[in-house]
Structures are given as structure tokens and as C-alpha cells.
Design a protein around this ligand. Structure first.
Ligand code: BEZ
Length: 225
């Protein structure tokens, strides 16, 4: 009888990132433990010496100050050797004048990429453009997958990081297109009340102009200065 190989399902939003001991261009690292206390963005790319990935690397590096302002470290990954990674970033430095300062994981056997579901079988054995944003406690807060054809939008990644951090800090939710929502501008949303006492409380807050509401389940307010 054929032996079935049991694969673990990839982790999802809210799960702790499984522990990985990895080889990077900046030495061995253990994820997520080595990043405890900061946010990090783990992003995979299909391969070294590819043009779209090169534009992403240059853009991520160019926005390092903004990522650092959000207490966020960057970590790249592809199924390539550490030698290929080093030659590629050397090429970027020599030809584009950009020094890549974030580590890149050499996931030669695809152990990390397979465990995290970064490989779409239809796309072959390369990793797709996945993004895992992990919070200071090691929990996955967002997973994004892009195809080989479309490079990531750095501004959107920064927007997501800022939105997650403000949502955590003020116990609010961020609307579509925040901070330029069509209905409520740069205001943020309060979680709908879950009992009648809280509904009453919300209505009193609205009456006192502390918050605004379209209805008891749809209230919003300014973020504190
Ligand atoms: C790239 O340019 O990033 C790319 C090109 C072909 C396949 C995968 C990635």
C-alpha cells in the first residue's frame, strides 16, 4: 500500500511563527526568537538575479528608515544558496549603488518555504512573493501572496504595519483605504458592542460627542493626537 506523507498545514494569521534555524547572508538566525521585541517582515522571492525582485530589494532598502521607524526588521528569503545571495547583493551594490543591509535567508532545500506555504505548485519549485508580518511576540499578523509577475507595493506594506500597530495600541480597527476612507476619512472604527449595556454606553459616548456613529454597531472616532 502506498505510504501517505503527512504534511503540516501552513500556519495562519494569529498563529505563532514556527521556529526556524536558518542560514542568512548575515549568519545563522533563529526565527522568531531572535526578533523578540520587534516586528519583522519575512518576504520570499522567486530567485536571485531576477529583475522584479531586484526592484523590490532596492525599494525595501530605500525605505529602511520608515521600516525602522515602525520597529520593523526586514528578512528576505529564496530557495537559493547563500553564495548566490551574496553575489546578487554585490551586483546590486556595484551596478545600482544600493547596499542591501537586511539579511537574506538561503533556504536551499525549501524547508522554510514549504512549511510556510510559500510554494505554489503551479509556479514550480520557486517561492512565490509571500509576505509574513510577525509581531514582537512572534505571532503572524498578516500573510500576503503575490505572483511572480507583480512586484510588491512598499507603501502598502508600511501602511499595513502602521495600521496594525495603531490598531493594537488604541484597540481600534482601520477602515478600507485608511487613512483616506471614503466614509470616515482618517478616523478609525470601534469594535461593535457585544451586549446591550455596551450599546447604551456607546450611545452615551455619541451623545456626548466623544465618538460618532452611523448606528450603534458602526461607530468611529479620531485617533488621539
Ligand atoms: C523577477 O523578475 O522577479 C522574476 C522573473 C521571472 C521569474 C520569477 C521572478
Amino acid at each position: 500500500m502506498e505510504q501517505q506523507v503527512q504534511r503540516e498545514l501552513p500556519p495562519q494569521i494569529g498563529d505563532r511563527l514556527p521556529t526556524f534555524n536558518v542560514q542568512t547572508t548575515q549568519g545563522r538566525k533563529t526565527l522568531p526568537e531572535d526578533y523578540a521585541g520587534s516586528w519583522f517582515m519575512l518576504f520570499s522571492h522567486p530567485g536571485d538575479f531576477t529583475p522584479v525582485c531586484t526592484t523590490e530589494f532596492v525599494s525595501f532598502e530605500g525605505n529602511q528608515q520608515s521600516f525602522q521607524g515602525l520597529n520593523t526588521e526586514l528578512i528576505g528569503l529564496s530557495i537559493d544558496t547563500v553564495f548566490a545571495h551574496m553575489k546578487w547583493i554585490e551586483w546590486i551594490q556595484d551596478n545600482l549603488g544600493v547596499a542591501i543591509t537586511f539579511p537574506i535567508i538561503a533556504d536551499e532545500l525549501g524547508m522554510v518555504a514549504n512549511r510556510l506555504g510559500m510554494i505554489a505548485p503551479e509556479a514550480g519549485t520557486r517561492a512565490v512573493r509571500s509576505v509574513f508580518i510577525v509581531d514582537p511576540t512572534g505571532h503572524i499578523r498578516i500573510i500576503l501572496n503575490y505572483p511572480a509577475e507583480v512586484g510588491r507595493n512598499t507603501n502598502e506594506l508600511l501602511r499595513i504595519l502602521e495600521a496594525l500597530q495603531l490598531a493594537d495600541g488604541y484597540d481600534v480597527k482601520m477602515p478600507a483605504n485608511w487613512p483616506g476612507n471614503e466614509l470616515i476619512g482618517d478616523k478609525v472604527i470601534l469594535a461593535p458592542p457585544t451586549d446591550v449595556m455596551k450599546v447604551q454606553e456607546r450611545m452615551e459616548q455619541a451623545e456626548a460627542n466623544e465618538i460618532e456613529c452611523f448606528d450603534w454597531w458602526f461607530c468611529y472616532k479620531d485617533l488621539p493626537e
